[in-house]
Design a protein around this ligand. Sequence first.
Ligand SMILES: NC(=O)c1ccc[n+]([C@@H]2O[C@H](COP(=O)([O-])OP(=O)(O)OC[C@H]3O[C@@H](n4cnc5c(N)ncnc54)[C@H](O)[C@@H]3O)[C@@H](O)[C@H]2O)c1
Length: 347
Amino acid sequence: MEQATYIRFPYEKLQAWGEKVLAKTPMSEEEIKTVVKVLLDTNLRGMDTHGINMLSSYSERYKAIEHRDITVTEDKGAGCVIDGGNHTGQMTSMFALEKAMEKADKFGIGLALVKESCHNGAVGYYASLAAQKGYISLVSTTVMPLIAPWGGLEPFVGNNPYAIGFPYKELPIVLDVANTVAARQKIFSYAREGWKLPDGWAMDKEGNPTNDPQEAINGLLMPVGGHKGAGLALMIDMILGTLAGGTYSRSICANTVTGREQHIAHLFFVMNPDFYMSREALDANINQYVADFRNVKKKADVEKLLLPGELEWEKSLERMANGIPVSTAIIKELNAYADKIGVEHLA
Ligand SMILES: NC(=O)c1ccc[n+]([C@@H]2O[C@H](COP(=O)([O-])OP(=O)(O)OC[C@H]3O[C@@H](n4cnc5c(N)ncnc54)[C@H](O)[C@@H]3O)[C@@H](O)[C@H]2O)c1
């Protein structure tokens, strides 16, 4: 596998360029700023498969569909349902997260379900934000079908990622994973760079293991832990698909398919710890927890055991200081898109 080449950009340069690209769509200024911020903060955290590379697909999709206002359609006690009106998943997710946090402040827990939304990027972004504000959270989303029921040969549900976040000092502890061995965007990255996939990531249409990214894109992604990951993805699709509006499985379409509603649903479950114990007691408990974690005996070749989210936190500090690396293959794609819409090249 050849090494990709990268150019590093200051955050602000990518931000200004990204906002220029989206200004060519009918998005409001608030939505443009929100989308670009979520994408770049995801790049900062090192999740480069869900960062600035997604910009052109969001822009094309937004231009090609009708939008309604984002509205709350059900609002009872600690729960609510939000109709995302086909807005970007970033915009509807920020709306829903705020709503879930408001409810958690009132009831100790808050649940916001979003229907009729679009791809919302790295779900860990929202759980990190909640953790930095002092909340515990579970965030998830539906995705177009990529996984077959265990033993099946047709994609039925998405890899439906979930993030679980917990507040700890300035470091958000966040597990942010999809239910496949590799996220679909990682398969696209391998295809873009011309690399072979590692073993165990995907199957072709006949269910045979494959290392070819194109066969994987046309075939099936491997769920984590066999029937366990396939089952977890199914339950997320089932709960969101039935409770948040009735769109699930094959009614969900890819982000890259324009001119059609994407029918994605999201879940934001937030706990306000202040309802369960004092902040001092919780801080003492989590500090002790982390100290015990740090004391776990390591393998000889492991330098440090990492908490979920720690890698991303360290990377975000480094990238904020030294710039965000973007591969030349992504820059080429973004420049081609810039030509198409009449914006200057990124580099
Ligand atoms: N919105 C969507 O449609 C969608 C779909 C799929 C995936 N995604 C996003 O794709 C991204 C990548 O997903 P993935 O499943 O490939 O994640 P991944 O395999 O890269 O795992 C990331 C998680 O594992 C933790 N981690 C990584 N290395 C670790 C180590 N050595 N020790 C301890 N913890 C470690 C990280 O802190 C992070 O929480 C996620 O941000 C996910 O939300 C989004």
